[in-house]
Design a protein around this ligand. Structure first.
Ligand code: GDP
Ligand code: GDP
Length: 436
């Protein structure tokens, strides 16, 4: 599990600047979740090969009322989900009463807190820092977010308590089989589907250690094969009849996507495709995960209505035409068994071993069929291709002037590779390496 880090502080102290420096952001995903603050952003980042998730909580002043206080509550919820909190202050303003309140709040919260004394440029750091030590936070880091000064020391300290990720998949990990994440908006039927997918099979459940934000990981066997379900909807195990009401959590969803081999994304047939569904799809594709779409609550719909929904979805889902779409009823179990066929197929495609000869042959055929354009009087040359990774499959193409390849040509290549290699159900990444 990657550590989750939250940025907290007054408006204007430099949180966004720091956030942008430390992540590739996912704000599009979040901006559209109802009930979330407009300015709460989630991003993923990597520092010296170690990954983390960062949440920018937007400005809290500790003095909010009305709507603002609801927003502050949201920020506090983000902090609840975090492993470490970066309390950002403005060194030029010195210590303010709001900073004191926030520090107090963090302390009572029991989170590991780092004080980031930002905007240290052009002022005497020793003087500025002395004041901040008053807050009783031992870890104080001076930074200039705009130039990245001090950021390395800060991140080294923040990430050091977390175990390094294992780069090679352990045997135990491999025994867990395909990791399937069931994701979707609240109420689309995730819990119902999880219970259905488990069916009557022998089920071994274990919880990942950690906080309430963690998904439930369920190992099980079906037809002699191992699977792990990542249940983002939380705990509704069959033995545990008491329904635990678990809030929908973006951190949970993002982590589940990150940790899965195959994502099953649920859409509510009765609500149609909404923005949040598209954002979740976008995030899954961006993460490179194999994807299976399940349109749920297909029961009890009029035939006319079904036909209309199908046409509409077909039109709007053209951009994910590599993914299988199933029309199911998690409640009655209709169509659920077939999901496994798509999951298996998507996983196989996502982890297929692609040989250099095969890839190069496909590339050369593609180039012969339809040459890349000329740039400044010279034709772009694409010479050979090899595999660069799995889940998602990465195809690395070597040639000249590759940085000039237009995006429509890359899409053309992707389509051909997909077809020739039967890469169904998974995003494919094409990367270029230039030899000049
Ligand atoms: P946020 O409201 O906390 O997210 O703050 P922003 O990241 O939007 O920054 C507020 C302003 O402070 C912007 O104009 C930034 O360019 C500026 N700023 C951020 N970090 C620094 C810094 O380290 N030094 C200086 N001089 N300005 C900074
Ligand atoms: P979650 O929040 O995504 O985990 O959704 P739940 O699994 O809790 O389901 C939300 C509601 O939708 C519950 O009342 C379910 O009984 C209902 N539901 C789930 N799947 C179906 C389905 O296939 N058909 C119908 N009609 N209702 C469903």
């Amino acid at each position: 599990m990657v550590p989750v880090i939250a940025l907290v502080g007054r408006p204007n102290v430099g949180k966004s600047t720091l956030f942008n420096r430390l992540t590739k952001s996912h704000d599009a995903l979040v901006a559209n979740y109802p009930g979330l603050t407009r300015d709460r952003k989630y991003g993923e980042g990597e520092f010296q090969g170690r990954r983390y998730m960062l949440i920018d909580t937007g400005g809290i002043t500790g003095e909010e009322e009305g709507i603002d206080s609801a927003m502050a509550m949201q920020s506090m919820q983000a902090i609840e989900e975090a492993d470490a909190v970066l309390l950002v202050v403005d060194s030029r303003d010195g210590l303010t009463p709001v900073d004191r309140r926030l520090a107090e709040e963090m302390r009572s919260n029991g989170r590991k807190v780092y004080l980031v004394a930002n905007k240290i440029d052009g002022i005497n750091p020793d003087v500025a820092m002395a004041e901040f030590f008053e807050l009783g936070i031992p870890e104080v880091y001076p930074t200039t977010a705009t130039h990245g000064r001090g950021v390395r020391q800060l991140m080294e300290a923040v990430l050091s308590p977390f175990p390094e990720e294992e780069l090679v998949e352990s045997e135990e990990e491999a025994e867990r089989g395909i990791k399937i994440a069931v994701i979707g908006r609240p109420n689309v039927g995730k819990s119902t589907l999880v219970n259905r997918l488990l069916g009557e099979e022998r089920v071994v459940v274990f919880d990942m250690p950690g906080t309430t934000r963690d998904s439930v990981y369920i190992d099980y066997e079906r037809d002699g094969k191992n699977y792990t379900l990542i249940d983002t909807a939380g705990i509704r195990r069959r033995k545990n009849i008491k329904l635990a009401v678990e809030k929908f959590s973006i951190v949970k969803t993002l982590q589940a996507i990150e940790d899965a081999n195959v994502v099953v994304l649920l859409i509510d047939a009765r609500e149609g495709l909404v923005d949040q569904d598209l954002h979740l799809m976008g995030t899954t594709i961006e993460s490179g995960r194999a994807l299976v779409l399940a349109v749920n609550k297909w029961d009890g719909l009029e035939a006319d209505n079904k036909a209309w929904i199908k046409t509409e979805l077909e039109r709007r889902l053209r951009f994910v035409d590599f993914a299988d779409v199933h029309f199911i009823s998690a409640l009655h179990g209709t169509g659920v068994g077939h999901l496994y066929e798509s999951i298996e197929k998507a996983f196989a495609a996502a982890t297929d071993k692609l040989g250099t000869n095969r890839l190069t042959r496909i590339l050369q055929d593609a180039v012969t069929e339809h040459q890349p354009p000329m740039v400044r009087g010279r034709r772009i040359k694409l010479r050979y291709a090899h595999a660069g990774g799995q889940n998602p499959p990465v195809i690395v193409i070597h040639g000249n002037q590759t940085e000039e390849v237009p995006s429509h040509y890359t899409r053309y290549l992707e389509k051909l590779f997909r077809k020739a290699l039967d890469l169904h159900g998974t995003p494919v990444r094409i990367e270029y390496r230039s030899s000049e």
